[in-house]
Design a protein around this ligand. Structure first.
Ligand SMILES: [Zn+2]
Length: 291
């Protein structure tokens, strides 16, 4: 009986917390890719790491500054979430020594590059952008392209075939880990459209752009940490899907309400955000927290 009443209390608390919550199926636009994720012997990122933002194109208006501030806040606080515990549960075993992925991520700095390489970028131009910076191989670099930039390369075309990608490359004689993230107002990358279809007039925090970019940024960041080096795979499934890929466009329950009447599925610091779930290797399922 005691156990029963405890369970009952718990379910009441959960119910009251979720009174305005939209259930998982409302936001999910895909199903998880099943099958275990395996370790292939490559490195993961184990040291405390800084994430730098590189803003390419037009990011100088008031709205963009608000987007940037929100994403800086996100990256500075993400490592204290239970979502990040899924990432740091992955590990490397090198020379018979097992070390977990880092539990410490923080924001480094923002760089502004304008339009040095024009408005149509190829993969190699993204590397040229990075070559302009004084790079540190211990850091991660996220290159953000504004709405007016087209990007394409070996993976296809941005906004047609993908919303972001990550890579490691020898740049200025150092192995640099980096990702491309777009301003993502196109149909396939926009979470804003889904929110508006479901009747929400505001993102849970920041701007619509920061809502759209949060999920791509965190998707790529989790992959850089757990599978950073293309030539030395660490964690992938049999079809080379990484922990974020297996949970693409899945969000789970939106447990958090923001003051403006919107919802999200993760509390980062004191702000509500929305991001994709990650593959938990413990449960072989997509989740927002380690269990
Ligand atoms: Zn991916």
């Amino acid at each position: 009986m005691r156990k029963l009443s405890k369970l009952l209390t718990l379910s009441l608390i959960l119910t009251s917390n979720c009174s305005n919550a939209i259930t998982a199926s409302s936001f999910d636009e895909s199903n998880p890719i099943s099958g275990p994720i395996n370790y292939y012997g490559g490195p993961v990122i184990t040291n405390p790491t800084k994430v730098n933002f590189v803003w390419y194109g037009n990011w100088n208006n008031v709205s963009a500054q608000s987007t940037i501030a929100n994403l800086e806040y996100l990256v500075n606080n993400i490592d204290s979430t239970n979502w990040w515990k899924i990432v740091s549960d992955y590990y490397q075993t090198i020379n018979q020594q097992t070390v977990h992925a880092t539990s410490q991520i923080s924001f480094g700095q923002s760089y502004y590059i304008n339009y040095s390489f024009g408005k149509s970028l190829y993969d190699s131009d993204v590397i040229s952008i990075l070559q302009k910076l004084s790079l540190n191989k211990e850091d991660i670099y996220l290159v953000f392209i504004s709405q007016d930039i087209n990007e394409s390369g070996s993976r296809g075309q941005y906004c047609v075939d993908y919303c972001g990608w990550h890579e490691s490359w020898n740049i200025n004689n150092q192995n640099i880990k980096f990702a491309l993230v777009g301003q993502s107002d196109c149909d396939i990358c926009s979470l804003q459209l889904r929110y508006q279809e479901l009747g929400f007039n505001y993102p849970p925090s920041g701007t619509w752009d920061s809502l759209n970019m949060t999920q791509v940024l965190l998707h790529e960041l989790a992959e850089i940490i757990t599978d950073p080096v293309g030539t030395k795979p660490a964690w992938q499934d049999l079809n080379h899907q990484e922990l974020s890929d297996k949970c693409l466009w899945t969000y789970g329950d939106t447990l958090y309400n923001s003051d403006n009447g919107s919802v999200g599925n993760i509390l980062v610091g004191n702000k509500v955000f929305m991001t994709q779930q990650l593959w938990s290797k413990n449960t072989n399922s997509c989740s927002m927290f380690l269990n």
